[in-house]
Ligand binder design. Structure first.
Ligand code: ASP
Ligand code: MG
Length: 437
């Protein structure tokens, strides 16, 4: 069995949906197909939720009507039989009756959560109907029936496995369609795996079922060795180890959801990134093996980072200082990405600054605090990168004109991270690219 996940652009138009159907046909055997919402829909639904929160009901209803109109056109183009058109129009009309019902309700967080998952509900149903129209036997299973979260809002892998093992034996069709992104939380409410979470859905399903391979079909031919929007002449990396891919996904290579490699690594299930526009291209294979000939595999960057420096008020850092600092971040549920220390100060970075004011207030008790916003983590990923001779010197020589705010070297064997002001990001990426590749 394989899991095939198609992202928003891959199902973004009737024509692309038809292409996905063709791609599925070429894969032999049983497969679970995980779909995102049609591209743009989740953004529209998030915007709807915000309008509701700001009590702009009329605007929200209007936006909902516009989105429904788009789906009517989509349906008209996708199907050739009146029967499929009629059934699908009835289906989306009902979804939008529900959406409008949510808009009319008093706003609560759960309203926004129910709104945001409707895109996947629609895309999977339209696609399943299309497959049936062209004569493929396909069954849809609902993500909320098996994708459960634990009390920390993390996927409960054991329970998900159990539920899937209950559901799947009853499905005889070779093609099983399900929604990415959608989950059910510990309290039983509809929830999600965060933006971009369909990748995570796919690797979770593939991992707990121990499938042969999880394929993430997207609009780029794999993970590139640098950001193709900023640097010229990037190329896809054909093989990455789980460790390398995790670092890249977490530190900014936008191709994958930051956590989606974790379950695949845990269950040793290979993940292949493929391009819907160029299905013949090799893509990127993420597995226990890496491309051994190459030490440095890729460079990625993560924006929107805040750096915090705490200078101990006493001359030398007393023991227990770091613990106290970390406890503040723990209290405000704010993860720390990078950290460097000196005898009298510690610098660390966070990417979620929503609790920054409270954090700053509390850590000020332990020393003077300086904050730098608009920082970027640039991360160089590879195999044994911090153990091989020469990588460091090439890296620093190429950046002799760029002010580096923090360096993290040797934290893992796969990563060297630098923190620079975001205004220096493009320059840093280009210079590193020229020097390392
Ligand atoms: N539709 C969701 C989003 O846009 C999930 C996904 O596409 O991965 O974030
Ligand atoms: Mg995505």
């Amino acid at each position: 069995m394989k899991v095939l996940k198609f992202g928003g652009t891959s199902v973004g138009s009737p024509e692309r949906m038809k292409q996905v159907a063709n791609l599925i046909k070429t894969e032999q055997g049983k497969k679970i197909v995980v779909l995102s919402a049609v591209s743009g829909t989740t953004n529209s639904l998030v915007a709807l939720g915000e309008l509701c929160e700001n009590k702009k009901k009329e605007e929200a209803l209007q936006a909902s009507a516009e989105l429904l109109k788009k789906y009517h056109a989509f349906i008209d183009e996708l199907y050739s039989t009146d029967e499929s058109k009629k059934a699908s129009i009835e289906f989306v009309n009902q979804v939008f009756v529900d959406i409008d019902g949510l808009i009319e309700k008093r706003f609560q967080e759960q309203v926004a959560k129910l709104l945001v998952v409707q895109g996947e509900i629609i895309s999977t149903r339209l696609f399943t109907t299309y497959l049936q129209e062209i004569g493929y036997a396909a069954t849809m299973i609902m993500a909320q029936d098996f994708m459960t979260l634990d009390k920390y809002n993390e996927p409960d892998l054991k329970l998900i496995q159990k539920k899937l093992e209950q559901i799947l034996p009853d499905v005889s069709d070779d093609i099983i369609i399900t929604q990415g992104f959608i989950a059910r939380n510990k309290a039983g409410g509809i929830d999600n795996l965060q933006r971009g979470g369909s990748d995570y859905s796919a690797t979770i399903i593939g991992s707990v079922l121990g499938v042969e391979e999880v394929q993430i079909w997207t609009d780029i031919d794999g993970m590139h060795n640098n950001d193709p929007r900023i640097v010229k002449n990037t190329r896809p990396v054909s093989k990455l180890s789980f460790e390398e891919a995790s670092e890249l996904a977490y530190f900014g290579a936008k191709v994958l959801h930051p956590h989606c490699i974790v379950p695949a690594h845990q269950y040793s299930v290979p993940v292949r990134i493929k391009n819907t526009m160029d299905p013949g291209a090799f893509g990127t294979l993420i597995s226990t093996e890496s491309e051994t000939a190459q030490t440095v595999k890729a460079i990625a960057a993560k924006d929107g980072i805040t750096a915090i420096k705490i200078k101990s008020s006493r001359m030398v850092m007393a023991y227990g200082f770091l613990k106290k600092i970390f406890e503040v971040f723990e209290k405000y549920e704010t993860p720390i990405d990078m950290i460097t220390t000196s005898e009298i100060a510690v610098s660390l970075t966070i990417d979620n600054a929503t609790q920054l004011r409270k954090i700053t207030k509390e850590i000020s008790e332990y020393g003077t605090v300086e904050i730098d916003k608009d920082q970027t983590i640039v991360c160089v990923v590879g195999d044994l990168i911090a153990e091989k001779k020469g990588v460091g010197s090439v890296l620093f020589q190429s950046l002799d004109e760029v002010p580096i705010r923090m360096i993290s070297y040797g934290g893992s064997r796969n990563n060297i991270s630098l923190l620079v002001a975001s205004e220096h990001k493009a320059d840093t990426l280009s210079k590193l690219h020229a020097a390392l590749f």
